[in-house]
Design a protein around this ligand. Structure first.
Ligand code: ACO
Length: 364
């Protein structure tokens, strides 16, 4: 007999697919714990390297320090830069988002070196090279003595970043380093569950990230803010979009029924480090109107601001080109993906769900 699944069953809503030490999302209370600490307490106290050490330690029973990870990522950025001549040809003619996918797929194991460092170190080098190429420039070589956030900005902009810019990007990288069983992490874990290597697993994660329902949302957020343009146009633009049945990017979440805690963390980072480059009052008016309009449209389904709304404003204030927003998200999430792949390989089991057949049965 054919069994029709509900919308929630099709989306695996609320179905736990792994036991994890890495992160926990409480959608009712609006809380995110990353490797034992609330995200709001990590930001400003831990660097990206610090949170990456916490994740890799929790995933694989290691005892890495922030300094260990800083050194291994600096060395990995240099190795990735040396490999660019092999990686970039496959990206010719592609956008930054697509070229990043092709170059990541070209990464491979380096003998005697840990795959997770090779991957996390390579991501900003690839993103920086693709951004420079889009400007007609050669890639900027990494500086292994800088922190990961500072060197990412340097390779993107070909100048030494100001300390407040580094703090703003580091806050972002920490905030989005991991987030429970989101779609890209699930994709990563499914691939890792087959005992495929970390390179295959994170390539799958990046592919899942690129869609607008996940990590592809920040670029459309900026396009929306541009299209609205002025205060007077907020109401008519939003009302029109909703009446056409459009989804407004940067709002709604599968798990959160209250405001995404990462939205507030990023808003605070913008206020502290990047206010002069961002029109926060205008963005705040757009946000407030959209929240009210979504409440009117779907009174029974809370649809609040998610992380992508303030991601777009923060990355734009840091003058990161919008075509690179998804790869920069991946620079951060690579910490989570590699940790989940390690944890899955260590403690998990082949992930192989079933499906409900609703097609025709043979005549006999
Ligand atoms: N704008 C307008 N309506 C929305 C939005 C939105 N952003 N999000 C959900 N809805 C509506 C849906 O149309 C649906 O309405 P209906 O019941 O009348 O058909 C209802 O709310 C429930 O939507 P679902 O699709 O069941 O919600 P789901 O949990 O699958 O969606 C998602 C979560 C994909 C994030 C959704 O809210 C969305 O599309 N948001 C916009 C894209 C976005 O911001 N993506 C980034 C997410 S954060 C991240 O991944 C890092």
């Amino acid at each position: 007999m054919n069994i029709q699944l509900t919308k929630s069953q099709i989306g695996l809503d609320g179905v736990p697919a792994a036991e994890t030490m890495l992160s926990h999302v409480d959608g009712e209370r609006g809380e995110l714990i990353i490797a034992g600490e609330h995200v709001k307490n990590l930001v400003g106290k831990s660097s990206f390297e610090g949170v990456t050490a916490r994740l890799w330690n929790a995933a694989a029973g290691k005892t890495l320090s922030e300094a260990n990870v800083r050194a291994s990522l600096g060395a990995a950025r240099e190795r990735a830069f040396a490999r660019l001549p092999d990686l970039l040809p496959a990206t010719r003619g592609m956008s930054v988002v697509d070229g990043f996918r092709a170059a990541v797929a070209g990464l491979r194991a380096e003998s005697g070196l840990e795959h997770e460092s090779t991957i996390v170190g390579a991501f900003p080098v690839i993103a920086g090279a693709l951004v420079q190429r889009a400007r007609g420039n050669d890639p900027v070589a990494p500086d292994p003595n800088l922190g990961h956030a500072a060197d990412t900005l340097r390779m993107l902009h070909d100048r030494r970043p100001e300390p407040r810019e580094v703090t703003a990007l580091d806050s972002y990288l920490v905030t989005v380093s991991d987030h429970g069983m989101n779609a890209s992490t699930f994709a990563t874990r499914v691939v890792a569950s087959t005992q495929a290597d970390l390179f295959a697993a994170v390539t799958a994660g990046y592919c899942a990230l690129t869609g607008p329902l996940h990590g592809g949302a920040p670029e459309p957020v900026l396009e929306m803010l541009d299209a609205i343009g002025t205060r007077e146009r907020i109401k008519p633009w939003v009302d029109d979009a909703l009446s056409r049945g459009e989804r407004l990017m940067g709002f709604g979440h599968r798990v959160y029924r209250v405001r995404d805690p990462r939205a507030d963390v990023l808003k605070a980072a913008i206020q502290q480090y990047a206010t002069d480059a961002a029109d926060l009052p205008f963005a705040g008016e757009v946000e407030a109107y959209i929240r009210a309009a979504l409440r009117r449209k779907n009174p029974d389904r809370p649809l609040e601001t998610n992380v992508e709304f303030f991601t777009a404003i923060l990355l734009d204030a840091l003058k990161i080109p919008r075509q690179a927003f998804t790869p920069i998200f991946a620079v951060a999430r690579a910490a989570g993906w590699t940790a989940h792949a390690l944890e899955q390989r260590r403690t998990g089991r082949l992930i192989r769900p079933s499906s409900s057949y609703v097609g025709p049965r043979p005549a006999d």
